[in-house]
Design a binder for this molecule. Sequence first.
Ligand code: FPP
Length: 228
Amino acid sequence: MDGNGRWAEGRGRDRGAGHSSGINPVRMVIEESVRHGIDALTLFAFSSENWSRPASEVAGLMDLFCESLDAELPSLQSNGVRLRFIGELSVLAAPLRARIAVASAATADNRRLQLQVALSYGGRQDILTAARALAARCERGELRSAAAQEADFASGLALAGLPDPDLFIRTGGEQRVSNFLLWNLAYAELYFTETLWPDFSAADFEIALQHYAGRQRRFGKTGAQVAL
Ligand code: FPP
């Protein structure tokens, strides 16, 4: 969800106004995902590197996450959304952690859409955590390292139990993954758009889905093989 800062600066407003205006497209992609029958959606809201932004911007974002959780919980419930958070949640302030716990517990039985919000998340850290979990299993004698399979490793990742993402969307014009879901994105279709996140509309989301639908996913095979 990139481009909030530039959206605000282009209007002579402070960057926080861009983040606040990023809430509407968040609501839209959740509702459109439910409408399209998409099983899982993961939003990159705050990276482990975003802590190095100015303290006032970080504080404003944390307040916004708290306010949004309070405001959006009823509509997440009515849409059947299961909300979870991934990332280094222990470093978040107590009021936000408390809201995360409440929202996660309240929506735990919902099944229409699995929504993950990545907060203080880094893909390399995620991989390191999974590597440590696998190493610990080997040290306990539960698994021989030479016998470890991809699934043994993936069970220690933040998105364990969820399918790999089919489609990755980045707004704001930059064409990079920026430490997001590094393991899980191995076969994701990548879609980049110049549109700044606060301007990202239902029509833009539809265009991204159409791009995805038009791609042939080969998973290493030839085009002729997958056409069979
Ligand atoms: C990146 O844009 C965006 C962020 C660091 C924050 C994203 C947060 C929201 C959209 C708020 C709502 C989210 C939830 C899940 C409640 P940027 O600031 O790097 O933009 P720039 O590249 O133009 O500076």
